[in-house]
Design a protein around this ligand. Structure first.
Ligand code: CO
Length: 150
């Protein structure tokens, strides 16, 4: 298992538009993507881009994102999570790996519960989740590093 960069922190919200306004007006975010619906996870999603460190020539690099998630159906994984956490808040963390299938085999070999087969996530690359009870209480998303990032 080769741990890559932390790609994003998933934050669930009952009101995506209100959360976008919060990150813009309270947190000072200036780069927030247009929301879109991710049917496979029954969520409306957008990303708050935080700046990374400057590159060798002072150019900005990509920082970690906050993935804002609003369920499109109450009867969905994020919808049920919001029932227990009505204000919303941190839902998962997502780490990149170079090879999604190798990572899945690694976690399964350690007896960790991988939730479903790798599927296309919000960044257009394969992802899977590992059960929070096997991960110190943290729902963990594993995502294959986007190829254009290399
Ligand atoms: Co995510």
């Amino acid at each position: 298992m080769k741990l890559g960069r932390m790609n994003h922190i998933g934050v669930a919200t009952p009101d995506l538009d209100a959360s976008i306004a919060f990150y813009r007006d309270v947190m000072g975010a200036t780069d927030i993507t247009e929301p879109f619906v991710l049917e496979s996870q029954k969520v409306r999603v957008c990303f708050v881009n935080t700046p990374g460190e400057n590159g060798p020539n002072g150019e900005p690099t990509a920082g970690t994102q906050v993935e804002l998630l609003q369920p499109t159906e109450a009867d969905s994984a994020v919808g049920k999570w919001l029932d227990k956490n009505p204000l919303g808040g941190q839902h998962h963390v997502c780490y990149e790996v170079p090879d999604i299938h190798e990572a899945k085999a690694w976690f399964e070999g350690l007896g960790k519960r991988v939730l479903g087969e790798p599927r296309i996530g919000a960044h257009g690359t394969l992802i899977f989740f590992v059960h929070p009870r096997d991960m110190g209480g943290q729902l963990t998303e594993i995502m294959e590093t986007p190829k254009e990032a290399h």
